[in-house]
Write a protein that binds this ligand. Structure first.
Ligand code: ATP
Length: 909
């Protein structure tokens, strides 16, 4: 492939040339390139991609493994051992440290890879004209000469010369540092203008905050302005979550504690038992080595990475790693309604005109169905309505097709809507009545448009009709009725009766239908349509009710939330009655009252905080309201997730504990501001991610509670032996061996555990609660003592039978490891019983780990060179029987302890 280069074009001053000139320079046209030409250019220029920021190089990652206080202590111990003449010990310590660092390195590498591949799932798309048709392609396939379409919320995919722009503003902070949006238009600017003043251009990676535009791609990839500033678009995030930081801190405290204990032990040993200082120093080193859980950080990292992968498999893409932990403590899910809780498959079902009411049958986007008149008493007539008999209906449906940006396509027998399904439903309704969309749009050509925005809640278009102009507006009915002063009826235009229409709107929306109103007015030769042209003096044509049924999975998910102590809250732009009706169908708890955007505005922050726990439905709400709701809920101690799709949702998404962007409907701006992206826009996915988050946290807690007692028992064993002036039951080197084999086998198993059955029957975790609470600390101490008894018991028993010290130590070490393996089964459930077939045998990873650790122990015990290094000796069957019995007793005692906790808990409840 040729080296990508930017030919003549780099010398061009695109910003000061006219749009036509720019097209000519690029040998392109307003209809864009052909696919073949684009392919050729892609080959020539290379992909439209910035060099990804490189992660840490492998040797840095390896070295970083050593940058851990616990490992450093070990290395110091190795040097000290060597200086004191214990060369084998020193070598073995270094060997084990190397193995532990290597494992950490490999696992961290895997975790980073997993995150990278997930990041790739979010690669942006671009809307482009190819072969004269609008299509969506991956943004990195754009080439100079392409014509792209961008609109509010998009990230500009390359540097473009604007050739058409409507109320187009971009936020260029990524490029110029200026966060105030810049107004853009197509007029050329002075050749020497600064980047910030080149208003005829839109630059790659800036965000469109308003309007829409067409632009000619002039530079791609590293030749774009952003590419020139830095090859590094977004740095690779380091895997350091609050949890890992907390663990780091805990590690440091633990290290100081262990060092203190080791020093005191050595000192006492020297003073009380008159032991040689060098021996005591080695004992202190041994204590430190034994008590330090070297493998823990790597195991926790892998647990988090596994969580991220599982979530991605279930359509929840994590953009920021800490979200994995936070998800587990979410107590409120603020969710959009349309498309998230409902299917966003709109079907028009009912129409009210000035003096007529209709019902439409058929469901979905297939334009098959009929219209029936409804009598004033609510009865449906049996005869189908013909458009020829109802010019008012025909006018209404036509207006719905015109004030509309969607297209209906049939693809392999399946009807599909391109654009907003709300608008799609109007096209389908028109087609059902026999109106051909393309004919209608050709007949009344569009001169200008104001696209729909949640803040205004309407869309308006300007058309030329028989030489004159006409404005058509459609939008939220309560909003539109304020803008109307008259209504169209069969007998002509009459004054609007607001109350009557409010009743009609209420009737439709309380059936759960999303209601739209359509209105029009003649216009006087307007140049461009503006809000002030449409906000007064409209004539109402009618209202239409669209059915958008709840998602089945959402109903289930709402139920699950309620069991799990999580409150789902709906925030919607829809009418309060519609929202409440849907909330009822979904099974929300509080569906008596909805709070509207206006009511929120009238409230002080304090008043909002007081009421927020009592309302589950917020209607007619705009993005600004979302931010206030999140703040109020957080003030009440809630941990919230918030969904969003638009540019304006940014602040609320950022403020929420876990901002959730829609992957399908969502804008780049929303994705940018959020921690998680839903690949399927589905509410149920959020709940599944929370479940996974709870599981990850649970597994991490289990892992830590599992690993610490092994270290505790060894540390205590060495300490007690020194203090008692007796021989060590476990040598420092053996302790290190135990730490290593436990960390690479047993310690990993719990990260793979599936969630416990009652995971979603518990209340959300208090985010302020410490990782290891009193209960777990107790468990660590309790099991440490059990293992300690096992170790000393086995050691003294073998000695009392006349066995050598080496044999007794081999017994003690195997007792420790086998006891830990038994405790691994206990640890599958922290408090629930594992005394069942599923409890004991239900986890494959646990048994694989146990098999592996036993194999390693066989090697440790029987292989001659291992015996040489570690000073072990072959055990007899009798010894093994005793070890297995001892382990069984440990297992049962821990199950008994759990039972006591369960009893205490049920008494409390
Ligand atoms: P949710 O927040 O549940 O996803 P939403 O964001 O779709 O709902 P909005 O898009 O703000 O809600 O819509 C609010 C109201 O605006 C709707 O009830 C409808 O009456 C009207 N509306 C929605 N889409 C359009 C559109 N494309 N054109 C005109 N009016 C619309």
């Amino acid at each position: 492939m040729e080296t990508p280069q930017s030919p003549a074009k780099s010398s061009r001053d695109w910003h000061s040339a006219s749009a036509d000139k720019a097209l000519e320079w690029q040998s392109s046209s307003a209809d864009g390139l052909s696919s073949d030409e684009a392919q050729t250019r892609l080959h020539h220029y290379g992909p439209n991609r910035l060099q990804q920021a490189q992660g840490r190089p492998w040797y840095r990652r390896l070295l970083d493994q050593l940058n851990n206080i616990l490992i450093l202590i070990l290395l110091v111990a190795a040097v000290a051992s060597f200086l004191l003449g214990h060369a084998i010990d020193a070598a073995a310590i270094v060997g084990v440290v190397a193995v532990i660092a290597l494992i950490g390195f490999i696992q961290e590498g895997k975790a980073e890879q997993a995150l990278d591949s997930i990041r790739n799932m979010l690669s942006p798309q671009a809307n482009v004209l190819r072969d004269g048709k609008r299509t969506t392609i991956p943004a990195d396939e754009l080439v100079p000469g392409d014509v792209v379409l961008v609109e509010s919320g998009d990230r500009v995919p390359a540097d473009v010369r604007l050739i058409e722009a409507r109320r187009f503003r971009t936020e260029e902070a990524a490029l110029t540092g200026e966060s105030v949006p810049v107004e853009k238009h197509i007029d050329p600017v002075a050749v020497d203008s600064d980047l910030a003043d080149r208003t005829s251009m839109a630059f790659a990676s800036t965000i469109v905050v308003q309007g829409n535009a067409r632009g000619l791609v002039v530079e791609t990839g590293r030749f774009t302005e952003i590419g020139k500033i830095s090859e590094l678009l977004r740095g690779v995030e380091k895997i350091k979550t609050p949890l890992l930081q907390q663990l780091d801190r805990a590690g440091r405290v633990l290290a100081i504690f262990i060092l203190g204990a080791a020093a005191i032990t050595a000192l006492l040993g020297t003073l009380i038992h008159d032991q040689p200082a060098a021996d005591m120093f080695m004992a202190a080193v041994g204590l430190a080595v034994a008590a330090i859980p070297e493998g823990l950080p790597a195991i926790v990292t892998i647990g988090l990475a596994l969580g991220v992968q599982n979530m991605a498999r279930r359509n929840a893409i994590i953009r920021r790693l800490p979200a994995v932990e936070t998800l587990g403590s979410i107590s409120t899910i603020f969710s959009d309604k349309t498309g998230t809780l409902t299917r966003n498959e709109m079907t028009a079902q009912a129409i009210w005109l000035g003096d007529d009411q209709f019902q439409i049958d058929g469901i979905g986007f297939e334009p098959k169905g009929h219209f029936y008149r409804v009598q004033p008493n609510g009865e449906k007539e049996t005869a189908q309505v013909d458009l020829a008999d109802s010019p008012a209906l025909s006018d209404f449906l036509r207006a719905g097709i015109l004030c509309n940006d969607t297209e209906l396509h049939q693809e392999s027998g399946h009807f599909q809507i391109y654009g907003d399904p709300t608008e799609g439903a109007l096209v389908v309704a028109g087609e059902k009545a026999g109106l051909a969309t393309s004919d209608v749009r050709r007949q009344f050509s569009r001169l200008d448009a104001i696209p729909f925005e949640s803040d205004y809640k309407y869309m308006a278009t300007l058309h030329s009709v028989d030489g004159s102009q006409r404005v058509i507006v459609k939008g939220a009915p309560d909003r539109l009725i304020e803008m109307c002063d008259s209504v169209a009826t069969t007998d002509g235009t009459i004054e609007i009766d607001q109350t009557e229409w409010e009743n009609r709107i209420h009737e439709l929306s309380s059936r759960g239908l999303r209601v739209l109103a359509i209105a029009d007015k003649p216009a006087e030769a307007i140049d461009g349509l503006d809000h002030h042209h449409v906000e007064t003096g409209l004539r109402l044509l009618g209202i239409i009710g669209l059915l958008d049924p709840p998602r089945e999975e959402a109903i289930e998910a709402v139920k699950l939330c309620q069991q799990a102590g999580i409150r789902p809250v709906m925030i919607t732009g829809d009418h309060a009655s519609t929202a409440l009706a849907i909330a009822k169908q979904l099974g929300f708890s509080q569906t008596e009252k909805a709070l509207t955007g206006r009511e929120i505005e009238a409230m002080s922050d304090q008043a909002l905080e007081e009421i927020i726990l009592e309302v589950d439905v917020f209607a007619r709400a705009s993005p600004e309201h979302k931010l206030r709701l999140v703040k109020a809920m957080q003030a009440k101690g809630g941990v919230c997730s918030m969904t969003g799709d638009g540019v304006n949702d940014g602040p609320a998404l950022k403020r929420a504990d876990v901002g959730v962007a829609m992957g399908v409907q969502g804008t780049e701006a929303a994705k940018d501001a959020s921690e998680m992206v839903l690949a399927d826009d589905n509410f149920a996915t959020i709940v599944r991610a929370i479940e996974e988050g709870r599981k990850v946290y649970d597994n991490i807690r289990k892992t830590i509670t599992f690993i610490l007692p092994t270290n505790g028992a060894q540390g205590l064993a060495i300490m007690l032996a020194v203090l008692a002036g007796s021989v060590l039951p476990v040598t420092p080197l053996q302790a290190l061996w135990v730490n290593m084999v436990v960390a690479i086998t047993l310690g990993l198993a719990l990260a793979f555990e599936t969630g416990e059955k009652d995971l979603m029957a518990r209340q959300p975790r208090d985010p302020k609660a410490p990782l290891l609470d009193l209960f777990l600390l107790w468990r660590v101490v309790f099991v440490s003592v059990l293992l300690l008894i096992g170790v000393f018991g086995m050691f003294s028993w073998i000695l009392s039978q006349g066995g050598s010290e080496a044999l007794a130590r081999a017994g003690a070490v195997n007792m420790l490891v086998t006891g830990s393996a038994a405790y691994l089964i206990n640890s599958r459930f922290l408090i629930n019983s594992t005394l069942s077939f599923a409890g004991i045998f239900g986890s494959r990873p646990v048994w694989i780990a146990i098999m592996m650790v036993m194999l390693l122990q066989m090697a440790f015990t029987y292989l001659p060179f291992m015996q040489l290094i570690f000073g072990s000796e072959g055990l007899s069957l009798e010894h093994w029987l005793a070890i297995v019995m001892g382990s069984l007793v440990i297992y049962l005692l821990i199950e008994a302890e759990k039972m006591v906790w369960r009893l205490l808990k049920s008494k409390q409840a």
